[in-house]
Design a protein around this ligand. Structure first.
Ligand SMILES: [Zn+2]
Length: 143
């Protein structure tokens, strides 16, 4: 539904609810739209209002159609990460060093987890080492 501002032949302004401007025109042609003040069916649309109203409706629809996925997906992703982290070997502060050793075949390939600073993480990524920065669950959760 949209609200249209309507002007009657005698200069009365009023609002009407219509499914669309086409619906208004159709009802207008059949003289179904009457001024509430003087009852005339000789009415016309005020030109600027519908455009404004329609843009408001359009943006509301855009918001409604925005995917609701991210929160749910992020939750699932975090579960997967948390599961992977539980199974990974905890190398703690040695993480950057151990990640390099695995990458350069100096240590057995395996999943590891540990701590790395942002600089260390970026350095690892620069070297083509797959690391996934993730919020680390509290250590107690691994026992
Ligand atoms: Zn009127």
């Amino acid at each position: 539904m949209i609200v249209l501002n309507i002007l009657c032949d005698s200069g009365h302004r009023f609002e009407g609810w219509f499914a669309s401007t086409d619906a208004f025109r159709s009802q207008c042609e059949r003289q179904l739209v009457n001024c509430p003040h003087c009852q005339t069916s000789d009415v016309r649309l005020l030109p600027s209002a519908p455009h404004v109203r329609r843009s408001v409706v359009a943006s509301a629809e855009a918001v409604a159609e925005a995917p609701a996925v991210p929160t749910e997906l992020a939750g699932k992703l975090f579960q997967v990460l948390a599961q992977a982290a539980k199974q990974a070997e905890n190398v703690g502060e040695r993480f950057p060093e151990e990640a390099r050793r695995i990458h350069y075949d100096e240590a057995p390939a395996r999943s590891i987890r540990g701590r790395a600073s942002a600089e260390e993480t970026l350095a690892l990524l620069d070297e083509g080492i797959m690391v996934l920065p993730a919020p680390v669950p509290h250590e107690d959760e691994f026992h």
